[in-house]
Design a protein around this ligand. Structure first.
Ligand code: SF4
Length: 207
């Protein structure tokens, strides 16, 4: 696993579950508002956090923390994600996956193997504006496949959009909301990158 950081405690990132957040390095999107460039652009990667350090921390917090959020970057790009989450599950943690939805085959495997309890998927934009937000052409069939897997999984889930008002309109948000029938759909404010940089400093301090 290429791990970029650890937040040791959160009450807001995994609904109903006191959790830690594990960040993976690497992403196949290049979102214009990305607040974690150090987890996206390889030339900005810090040395990976040894997996043993994360596992050792999670062992120490068994019984105190209940969940682990695996976030990024894009966690489903990690070749050994299934093995890693199997190890985390074996410690008794609930797992929440944050994903951009581009690897439905990985999402399916995690669901089938019962390695995930909550899935949050970003819906970046209406399909015709995906590239304007993410910097890459989106495959709508692939994203739809991920959405359907999540909707049919029976797991807790959330779809969410960062409202970048330089690209998206209120009508775009309404259209995205309609795709998911407004269920478990949240729109989050697009924070200035500079403001988010402060968060990143905390993240690295936590490593
Ligand atoms: S998907 Fe997330 S981590 Fe990847 S570039 Fe977009 S905002 Fe950043």
């Amino acid at each position: 696993m290429k791990l970029g950081g650890l937040v040791k405690f959160t009450l807001i990132d995994f609904p109903g579950c006191p959790a830690a957040i594990v960040f993976t390095q690497g992403c196949n999107f290049r979102c214009r508002y990305c607040h974690n460039p150090e987890l996206v652009y390889p030339h900005l990667f810090a040395p990976s956090v040894p997996e043993e350090e994360i596992m050792s921390f999670l062992k120490r917090r068994q019984g105190t923390l209940e969940g682990v959020v695996i976030s990024g970057g894009e966690p489903t790009l990690q070749e050994d994600l299934v093995r890693f989450l199997t190890d985390v599950k074996a410690l008794g943690y609930k797992i929440k996956l944050d994903t951009n939805g581009t690897r439905p085959e990985v999402i399916k495997e995690l669901i089938d193997k019962k390695l995930v309890d909550f899935i949050a998927m970003d819906l970046k934009a209406p399909m015709d504006k995906y590239a304007a937000i993410t910097g890459v052409e989106a495959n709508s069939a692939v994203l739809r496949q991920s959405m359907d897997l999540i909707l049919q999984s029976g797991l807790a889930y959330q779809f969410r959009t960062t409202y970048d008002k330089e690209v998206l309109t209120d009508d775009d948000i309404a259209a995205i909301s309609q795709i998911v029938e407004g269920k478990n759909y949240t729109v989050q404010e697009c924070l200035p990158v500079a403001k988010e940089k402060a968060t990143l400093k905390v993240l690295h301090k936590e490593i």
